[in-house]
Design a protein around this ligand. Structure first.
Ligand SMILES: Cc1cc2nc3c(=O)[nH]c(=O)nc-3n(C[C@H](O)[C@H](O)[C@H](O)COP(=O)(O)O)c2cc1C
Length: 188
């Protein structure tokens, strides 16, 4: 049986991003029948509907849409910017959602891990993303929810998650997530 593929979308372009470190750690937790791969967002021009209306989307839009179409599910790993989703991630959602009627997000399973150096663990971004997912018809895992607060305290200098309970939590989250992806895939 071929592996299922999960696209990971990171809501930060920062060189030393905590979110990228968590995403990389999560990739190491993928079970053998899954492949987790990061789909990069940094090259996407800010969405302008004229590109699609004129039939001249930037090559980066075409590439991104193809990459999203190819995966079986989505895992968003994101910080919070001003109590919402960072623009780079919202832009990617918008690019993938158009041209109208051709959204590449529709009907696939998804999950979110929100990550912050603050105590509130990017709760606002987590739930703002969920709001867009309702409209985009991405079927989001409900439980467990994954809020990683005080993230600087759980990473070592190489980006590994250190506390046993944090590792266990992320393992449990990924176990639930892949189960959810399999369940939704069977129903399609
Ligand atoms: C424009 C901006 C807005 C931010 N707003 C929030 C916020 O609302 N809540 C929060 O927890 N952190 C906020 N932060 C701090 C980020 O959580 C912090 O920069 C974090 O390291 C970003 O994730 P990264 O390490 O993956 O880049 C903000 C940072 C920036 C640059």
């Amino acid at each position: 049986m071929s592996k299922k593929t999960i696209g990971i979308f990171i809501g930060s372009l920062r060189r030393d991003s905590f979110n990228r470190k968590i995403a990389n750690f999560v990739i190491s937790l993928a079970p053998s029948d899954f492949e987790f791969k990061i789909i990069e967002l940094g090259d996407l021009p800010v969405y302008n509907q004229d590109y699609d209306d004129d039939g001249t989307p930037p090559p980066a839009y075409n590439k991104f849409r193809e990459q999203v179409k190819e995966v079986d599910g989505f895992l968003f790993v994101t910080p919070e910017y001003n109590r919402s989703v960072p623009a780079v991630l919202k832009n990617a959602l918008d690019v993938g959602s158009r041209p109208y009627g051709q959204s590449v997000w529709d009907g696939k399973p998804g999950g979110i891990i929100s990550v912050s150096p603050g105590h509130l663990a990017a709760f606002g971004a987590n739930h703002h993303l969920r709001q867009s997912m309702v409209f985009l018809n991405v079927l989001m895992l409900q439980q467990p929810e994954a809020y990683i607060g005080d993230v600087a305290d759980i990473l070592d200098e190489k980006g590994n998650v250190v506390p046993e309970r944090s590792i266990k939590f992320l393992q449990q989250y990924i176990t639930a997530f892949v189960k959810w992806v399999n369940l939704i895939s069977e129903k399609k």
